[in-house]
Design a protein around this ligand. Structure first.
Ligand SMILES: Cc1cc2nc3c(=O)[nH]c(=O)nc-3n(C[C@H](O)[C@H](O)[C@H](O)COP(=O)(O)OP(=O)(O)OC[C@H]3O[C@@H](n4cnc5c(N)ncnc54)[C@H](O)[C@@H]3O)c2cc1C
Ligand SMILES: NC(=O)c1ccc[n+]([C@@H]2O[C@H](COP(=O)([O-])OP(=O)(O)OC[C@H]3O[C@@H](n4cnc5c(N)ncnc54)[C@H](O)[C@@H]3O)[C@@H](O)[C@H]2O)c1
Length: 465
């Protein structure tokens, strides 16, 4: 008999698995005076803090500065990059992440308001988990167990030491060359970073375009911009991977349309081909919790699983897998579970940004999806059409806004160009209130600021067929 089976059951009002967005529920539960347990095997703080948003953006910020310096010649500035201290950039990132993680760990270990289990857990029966040789039962359970890299089964891949978004953070030297498998979020963000650091980058994307969920013209524009700095191969499948005799890797590829075969050699290989839910590690079916075919936990719009009293959100459910959305979902799950409300999650104004170069930001429906559901109007403006964009000599980049033709309700907004992630915010705010063009135009926009881009796109609105 295992130790956990023999141990008495420790009962809690609330058990939370996951210290990423799971911490939001912890705060609510503690504030409410509940008897609460948090379980996480670590690293504490979850993906965003340790291996996701935070470290990647700490690396991308200097990469963006490098691009500014490279692009400053067009403004008449004769600037030169004399050197890049890759190790210092990586060390700064690691120190910052480690410092924040240690602070969270200290709070969890020292707080008298909760029990913290720093270990792997799995369900053993309904509402009951085993962890560190104990049995832990919750009247309510929140599964915020996140996701991990999805590694494709490509012959030979296991025989090479490939990088993921996790292991690349340990690098102390920039690789001379890097093959990036996958042209999604992680692929295009890190392709930008490594190229800026001086690495010779090749992106291998099996689909017809980078970032397949973006507007097609945004994907095309990004591909054109990245292709000036690196090799970008779309419709390209990795058929096998092997170690190169002199070190590094060889990726054998096949162009899916032409059937042309090629060989890509690189010092390192980054695998960025998507994510999978950690629900399998939790063995959620032992508590009767339903999962979808791809392993993500099924929830209703109240963020409740197929078992009443067990909630799930964040990457574990596989919808809009972003930190800001996880926090919004936590609000709904906590309001319903802890405060007894009946709130529903609305994903219609869930935004995202891709911190590649040029930056991309998007909210709501794409033009194609909007046109399937509504009669629409579309407005578009280039950065160069507005005064500040022109001062920046910003030849490229645009914003596109999609409205419902009759009501003028904003259905979507998409931007590629400098500060896209900031510029999109007023579109998000208007959409969150089911707003129209008037909700954005009501406020006076500062001249000549980049925010005039959105107003200009709205003024350019025309009806589509
Ligand atoms: C490289 C990268 C960059 C990203 N950049 C951005 C960005 O710029 N902006 C953005 O919004 N989003 C970004 N994301 C996505 C974002 O990181 C995730 O959407 C977010 O972290 C999900 O939070 P979560 O709480 O659902 O899961 P996580 O943060 O992954 O937390 C899950 C926790 O559960 C624990 N756990 C799992 N299974 C078990 C188990 N069986 N036992 C014990 N503990 C367990 C894990 O240890 C982990 O700490 C990025 C992701 C990656 C990979
Ligand atoms: N800025 C951000 O908010 C941000 C940044 C990074 C990651 N993320 C989150 O992390 C998630 C995962 O990112 P990701 O880039 O790993 O996944 P992704 O789903 O964004 O992209 C994966 C890409 O890899 C391609 N692909 C899959 N298998 C392949 C193969 N065998 N060969 C070649 N290409 C292949 C897919 O066609 C797709 O374009 C994102 O969906 C997002 O939720 C967010």
């Amino acid at each position: 008999m295992s130790k956990s089976a023999a141990s008495p059951v420790r009962e809690y009002d609330i058990v939370i698995v996951g210290s990423g967005a799971g911490l939001d529920i912890l705060d609510m539960a503690v504030e409410h005076g509940h008897n609460v347990a948090l379980i996480d095997r670590g690293p504490i703080g979850g993906t965003c803090l340790n291996v996701g948003c935070i470290p990647s953006k700490m690396l991308i910020f200097p990469a963006d500065r490098i691009m500014e310096i490279r692009e400053s010649a067009k403004l008449g500035i004769d600037a030169e990059i004399k050197g890049i201290d890759f190790k210092a950039i990586m060390d700064r990132m690691r120190q910052s992440v480690n410092g924040d993680r240690v602070k969270i760990e200290k709070y969890l270990k020292e707080s008298k308001a909760l029990d913290f289990y720093h270990d792997e857990t799995e369900f053993i029966s309904e509402f009951t988990l085993s962890v560190s040789g104990e049995r832990v039962k919750g009247k309510q359970i929140y599964l915020v167990s996140g996701s991990r890299p999805l590694i494709p089964s490509i012959p030979g891949l296991d025989s090479v030491e490939y990088l993921t978004n996790e292991t690349l953070l340990d690098l102390v030297e920039a690789p001379k060359s890097l093959a990036v498998l996958g042209g999604g979020y992680i692929g295009v963000e890190y392709a930008h970073f490594f190229e800026a650091m001086g690495t010779d980058v090749t992106v291998i994307e099996m689909g017809p375009r980078l970032l397949p969920d973006e507007e097609p013209e945004i994907s095309a524009f990004l591909q054109m911009a990245l292709a000036r700095r690196m090799t970008v191969q779309t419709e390209c499948t990795a058929e096998s991977v092997e170690k190169a005799s002199g070190g590094g890797v060889i990726v054998q590829t096949n162009h899916s349309r032409t059937g042309l075969k090629a060989e890509i050699r690189a010092e390192k290989l980054l695998v960025a081909t998507g994510r999978r839910s950690n629900a399998d590690l939790l063995k959620v079916s032992r508590s009767g919790i339903a999962t979808a075919k791809d392993g993500y936990i099924k929830v209703n719009s109240r963020m409740e699983t197929s078992v009443k009293g067990i909630y799930a959100f964040g990457d574990a459910i596989g919808r809009e897998m972003f930190t800001h959305t996880s926090h919004a979902e936590a609000e709904i799950a906590g309001a319903n579970g802890i405060h007894g409300q009946h709130l529903r999650m609305d994903f219609s104004a869930a935004p995202h940004a891709v911190f590649t170069h040029p930056q991309i930001a998007s909210v709501g429906l794409t033009e194609e999806d909007a046109a399937k559901k509504y009669k629409i109007k579309v407005g578009k403006a280039d950065y160069r059409d507005i005064a500040f964009g022109s001062a920046m000599l910003q030849e490229e980049g645009f914003a596109k806004i999609i409205l419902e033709a009759e009501s003028g309700r904003i259905l979507g907004g998409h931007i590629i160009g400098p500060w896209a992630a900031v510029l999109i915010q007023e579109v998000i705010n208007a959409m969150a209130r089911k707003g129209t063009l008037d909700d954005i135009a009501a406020g006076i926009h500062i001249h000549p600021a980049l925010s005039e881009l959105i107003i200009r796109a709205l003024f350019n609105v025309t009806e589509t067929d």
